[in-house]
Ligand binder design. Sequence first.
Ligand code: 5AD
Ligand code: SF4
Length: 484
Amino acid sequence: MSETPHNKQLYIETVGCQMNMLDSELVVAALRKQQFELTNDIKAADTILFNTCSVREHAEHKIYSQLGRIKFQKRSRPNLVIGVMGCMAQKDQELIFEKAPHVDLVVGTGQLGEIPKLIDEARSSRERQTALSLDRKGGSRESVANSFESYDPLRDPEMRPSPYQAFVRIMIGCDKFCTYCVVPMTRGPEQSRPPSLIASEVRTLAEQGVKEVTLLGQTVNSYRHTEDGREYRMSDLLELIHDTEGIERIKFVTNYPKDMTDDLLQAVRDLPKVCRYLHVPAQSGCDDQLKAMKRGYTVAEYREMMQRINATIPGCAVSSDFIVGFCGESEESFQKSMALIEEFRFKNSFIFKYSERPGTKANGLWPDDIPEDVKKRRNNEMLDLQNRISEEDNAEFIGTTVQVLCEGASKTATKRGDADSDSPSIQLVGRTDCDRIVVFDGNPRLAGSMVEVDVHDITATTLLGSIVTRQITHGMEIDLPVVS
Ligand code: 5AD
Ligand code: SF4
């Protein structure tokens, strides 16, 4: 069947982590090359894709209810193709067709390159299409790893969240097997991409105007790849890409505490473009819980790592993830996590209520025994504590001047429609070198440039300020705030 512009309207919904955002960007870029256009109107689309997450049950429910909502659209629009891609697709496979028989294609995280072809086939044959990698127990490590392809084609600059920022995948998969986590199953064995490929991708992005790259991996600091007889670790990779012309900032997420080596900390200290910001999830502040989670470190070892970070990179911001209500978490265990937050004063923490995941070790070994109301209370208490700390630490910035990479219109300005107006001054947003969000007024053309902002006020999540402009008066340089 020949494609007409009419059946090239794509609606895509993405849930989950930055890895998923990158996957969606790449799939959309590939589909644009096949003349697909993006639409925000699900009813106007003839191809609907859901890029899914399986880390918590709630994310899966959301997708099934979305699928339920569009079930009847197939009747009036026989040409419609509905696809489920990503983690849930890899994990649940046939179950998706059972629960949502109107789905046409199921494509796992390691097979995203197949999507354009499968959409065509689904539309022309009206038969279900599947592309999945092997199950972790479906063969030798090598054959399973080979069935997960890193999908990183050259991309379309229009598809990035901002033209100045881009994600770059440096690893796929995970072999840590924390007992609560489904990712080793959904994203397959840990594999690092060749440094030469990563460096050339960063160069291409820089040529397209990207100023900030964020290197992505489930445990990004476990990066290890041998090329031309030389082993590259994360610190070597940072050094390799550091001098790329046009790149002003380099970040990397997410770090695994055990792999936070001294050479990496020294690289962050010595390479000026690398942000002084590390996301190193602790998950719990209780040794018994850490052991049950199979995280591979104790609180004392995490503390030792924090001491090395603070000693090597003064002023480095550290953020964390915590799970509350994991199997057997007593009130005392929970209080130990609270004490860890007090001790290390994280810049921010992402806090999650434990969600039992079929197929994980914890699910086979222990009951999900913490009642939902207790999980909720612990979650709220931890959030309150972290917010208080973030607010107190942000207050230290009042009266200082920070360097900000301006990302463009703030969410508020975009919602108000200011971003599309000709106004010479709108509310802008950017981040400091230590990943703090800064909101200030200024000309929308500042997007993509480094600006200095005087901080006047703060919240737990944001620094609020005004741009410093430099004016030469009688040979003297003075600082003037922009009047908005
Ligand atoms: N339940 C709740 N949170 C989880 N995470 C991973 N698996 C689960 C789970 N089963 C959290 C961890 C991880 C973050 C991405 O999601 O804190 O760091
Ligand atoms: Fe999941 Fe642990 Fe791997 Fe992170 S390190 S992706 S929590 S298994």
